[in-house]
Write a protein of this length. Sequence first.
Length: 230
Amino acid sequence: MEQGSPGARAPGAGRRPHRRDPLALADAEGLDAVSMRRIATELASGTASLYRYVADRGELLDLMIDAAQAEIAPPALTGDARTDLAAVAHHFRDLLLRHRWLGPELSGRPALGPNALRRFDIAMAAALQSTDDITLAANIVDTVLAYVAGAVVQELAELRAQRRTGLTEEQWRAAVGPYLRSAIATGDYPHLARRIRDAEDLTPDQTFAFGLSCVLEGVLATAQRRTETG
């Protein structure tokens, strides 16, 4: 059949276009890409039809936030507060790294969907293994999750900087090396000089684990003191 004749088909004609659900779209292009019109297009549905299921973009975001928290199964509790709080922290970190748009949304609005409530309830159960004080347990959970959120913000900022500059960690260090060497040569920054010369560089996982260990030691020691003093 000749190209251009009525029966001719363009390459790929008849294939179903690749469609992404809202989570996949947000992961690929960021949350700003998620609009009612765009989701309707991705699902090959009319925008009016989509409004039969969700009232507006705000409700859509609420559903996305809760669905994201169900993608990774929450940890099973072992009965040891430190072990279980660490598992809760790693689970939360995995969620935030998997869906990089999720952290700001969780910090900006309360997550009240069933999966979010289940995740929080498990975290509370872990904390209550160290204290009977429900207020203290809630503060422990808030402190641990706040550490995770802050650590992930820093980790993702470094990844964005790498993408923006196009430089790997090694390339960036090579680029700023001459400046740092000249700064150190002044003798004004002895601790920085020692850090660069002698300190071990940790991976993101090692850095996270060290910070988490410090946080857990602090909150669990506080819980123990509160218990002992009544």
